[in-house]
Design a protein around this ligand. Structure first.
Ligand code: MN
Length: 733
């Protein structure tokens, strides 16, 4: 087989003519142009079967992207292939390479997630989804704090560290090909790269990628400064070539004399780090640049310390500048010895000494794991360290000594306790995990929370109880006069939301209690043909003093909450005993309840009264009136608190839904409950709760809580249930 002529193929595959047509010829020529070099690259560390699997992904991706071109005019597939190359440099595993090749497929083409699952497996699909998810969030703000939050959002959205590696490689290739973009877009992308992606690369210890991203970002963002600094570096380098060479030679010779196998290389300061130092420390170029930097690589850890002795012997060390990051690694796992020497002509000489393995780790961080995994035993230490470091770095709360596969440990929740979401203006809000739209609304402002009526998540209406996920954009819909719903307390998780809702409800309850207190007192006074207005001021003030109430409203609230008894208060106010108002008396007309009193009138859970039932009210400490059915056992037991009972009657217009409890004896048949449920719903009622009590194999006793309008409605529900073929008996609890 003759090798294809690469030039000819390249021009054909790269021509827009080819890119615009979806022919298999184009794809196959692309295979030669784009895939052959990748296959070569991959075969350096992957077996033939893996490379073959990756070829399938390539063909799939090439078809999916057929007809699409990049801004540069190249076929689109050139981009994912370039990303795959970057990851192959990091020696990433097969699934990562496949996901890299497919990373824009779901986003940019018709290819569905399911197809990727069936062709390449769940793992790959997961990685592709992860990258697509990151693709959808955009960083808008310029503020530093927002950038930090955005970085956390990115990390929080990633369930597998490999997703970040793909994303960073994607960004790296886009930065390398940034030149074709419009200047404003170029600057925006460069800004985002420096604000978001280089710090992430740094945290993951991916120095090679980070440095390149930094220099590309710097060049795009400040082209002139970049040029000036590079020019200065070039000139300065020329001036001191000889000194650098001399130092390198002296180190190499002396190390060889001491029997230490070492590789000595002068280190270039990169333009972005020079620039940053100039800005941060307000130093002129000369002072930042006039430091020689030399790196010494050795094989073993003990040789690091021997090499250190050698260089300290050659040049005097600067006191207090020696750092042992081998004994105490940096937070991102970096290990090395750092020292500064007085070099020739008194120029400071920065020296880094580390093993080859440490160097590899310093360059590719987390990715070094995959590199060493392929090399057997030697990897064990790196792997253990990588895992340890991940644990610190990613703030994983797990306990140490969990012998999981490394792959398992990269699939972790990087921020298990937080979610990060956007406001419609692009501001990022940090919330605890499990937070809902209501928590979000209160995080924005108390008033927003108090008047929230609905929410949109990613522009779609969603229940306000929906738990938020990182990366979503949340819009709160408010309405004037809207009020917090007590139900919110069952799902909000932030203290701010909880406190505000509680405060609001307390105010509401207070207002309702005052109203009820006034009615209770009115009632008692009316029974003796008196009015509140007639009450003697002095007598009232005396009573308030005695009860230590601030004012009359305070007293009314206490009456409404059931903390004071209206008959007693009335007696004290009118200063003459009134046996008539006692429960036995019956001369007080019963008070009317309509079901709309709010939080100060509640319905007893023991007997579930509904409109139409004969009822009585119990004034409960702090809870206002609790309505019971007259036959209720609890009501009959009330002998020891007669003064707390008051006669009640339903308003003709009593409104709302009331709970009632039914006990149904039913034969145990398949679908039995469904029949009962459908009977309930046919009667226009809803089931709130169901409890089972299996008596024996044949008979089940079901306790159902239904919602009804009144006694008649309840009777209809019971009739319907009775008609179900499996039902033996229905009684009200
Ligand atoms: Mn891409």
């Amino acid at each position: 087989m003759t090798a294809p002529n690469p030039d000819k193929l390249l021009s054909r595959a790269a021509s827009s003519e080819c890119a615009a047509t979806v022919s298999s010829e184009c794809v196959s020529s692309q295979t030669d142009v784009f895939f052959a070099p990748l296959a070569q690259h991959l075969s350096e560390y992957l077996d033939d079967q893996s490379v073959e699997d990756i070829r399938k992904a390539f063909e799939f991706g090439a078809h999916a992207h057929a007809g699409q071109t990049r801004k540069s005019g190249e076929p689109y597939i050139s981009h994912p292939i370039a990303v795959a190359h970057i990851l192959a440099d990091l020696r990433m595993d097969k699934d990562t390479i496949i996901a890299a090749i497919l990373h824009d497929v779901v986003e940019d083409t018709e290819v569905a997630h399911d197809q990727i699952v069936s062709l390449f497996g769940q793992e790959v699909a997961h990685l592709v989804d992860g990258v697509s998810k990151l693709e959808q969030i955009h960083f808008k703000s310029k503020a530093e704090a927002q950038a930090a939050n955005f970085r956390k959002m990115v990390m929080a959205m990633v369930e597998d560290v490999r997703v970040i590696l793909i994303k960073l490689s994607d960004r790296l290739h886009n930065m390398r090909t940034l030149g074709v973009m419009r200047p404003d877009k170029r600057r925006r992308i460069a800004r985002e790269t420096l604000d978001i992606y280089t710090p992430i690369a740094n945290r993951l210890g991916l120095n090679a990628i980070r440095h390149e991203l930094e220099d590309l970002g710097f060049a795009a963002l400040h082209p002139t400064r970049y040029r000036v600094i590079n020019e200065s570096v070039r000139r300065a380098r020329g001036n001191r070539k000889e000194i650098v060479h001399e130092v390198e030679q002296r180190f190499a010779n002396r190390l060889a004399e001491e029997g230490v196998q070492a590789e000595v290389a002068a280190r270039e300061k990169r333009s972005y780090s020079i620039y940053r130092k100039m800005v941060q420390k307000r130093l002129p170029f000369r002072e930042v640049f006039d430091v020689f930097a030399v790196r010494i690589l050795v094989d073993r850890v003990d040789e690091c310390y021997r090499a250190l002795g050698v260089v300290h012997n050659l040049y005097k060390p600067l006191p207090g500048r020696f750092k042992d990051y081998i004994a105490i690694p940096k937070a991102n796992g970096y290990q090395s010895l750092h020292t500064i020497l007085f070099g020739p002509h008194g120029i400071p000489l920065e020296v880094q000494i580390r093993t080859v393995e440490m160097h590899q780790f310093a360059e590719s961080g987390i990715a070094a794991h995959w590199l060493y995994k392929a090399e057997g035993d030697r990897g064990a230490a790196t792997q253990a360290r990588a895992r340890e470091w991940l644990r610190d770095l990613l703030e994983i709360q797990q306990k140490a000594g969990n012998p999981q596969e490394f792959l398992e440990s990269v699939k972790v929740d990087l921020f298990p306790d937080e979610v990060y979401v956007f406001t419609p203006m692009g501001e990022i809000i940090e919330l605890p995990r499990g937070a809902t739209a209501i928590d979000f609304a209160y995080a924005i402002h108390t008033d927003v929370g108090n008047s929230c009526v609905a929410c949109k998540i990613n522009r779609r209406l969603a229940p306000v109880s929906t738990q938020l996920e990182s990366g979503q954009t949340i819009e709160v819909i408010t309405a004037e006069g809207a009020e917090p719903n007590p139900n919110w307390l069952s799902f909000v998780v932030t203290a701010k939301a909880r406190t505000n809702i509680r405060n609001y409800l307390k105010q509401l309850k207070d207002a309702e209690a005052i109203k009820l207190g006034r009615r209770l007192l009115d009632k008692v006074l009316a029974a003796e043909n008196r009015k509140l207005e007639d009450i003697d001021r002095d007598q009232l003030n005396a009573l308030l003093r005695e009860y230590r109430h601030d004012d009359f409203t305070d007293l009314l609230r206490e009456l409404g909450l059931g903390n004071r008894m209206a008959p007693i208060v009335a007696r004290l106010l009118t200063a003459k005993p009134e046996p008539c108002v006692e429960r036995e008396g019956n001369c007080t007309p019963p008070m009317t309840i309509s079901g709309t009193e709010g939080l100060v009138v509640t319905f007893a859970k023991c007997c579930h009264p509904v409109p139409g039932d004969k009822v009585a009210g119990f004034l409960s400490n702090g809870r206002g009136i609790v309505v019971h059915r007259q036959g209720c056992t609890n009501a009959r037991d009330a002998g020891h608190h007669p003064e707390r009972w008051l006669p009640l009657q339903w308003d003709d217009q009593a409104a709302g839904d009331y709970q009632a409890q039914l006990v149904v004896h039913a034969n145990n048949i398949r679908g039995g409950l469904a029949r009962i449920a459908s009977a309930v719903s046919q009667a226009g009622s809803d089931i709130d709760d169901v409890r089972f009590d299996d008596r024996d194999v044949n008979l089940t006793i079901i306790t159902i809580t239904v919602r009804v309008k009144d006694r008649n409605h309840l009777a209809r529900v019971m009739r319907r249930i009775k008609q179900a073929s499996n039902v033996v008996r229905v009684t009200r609890n």
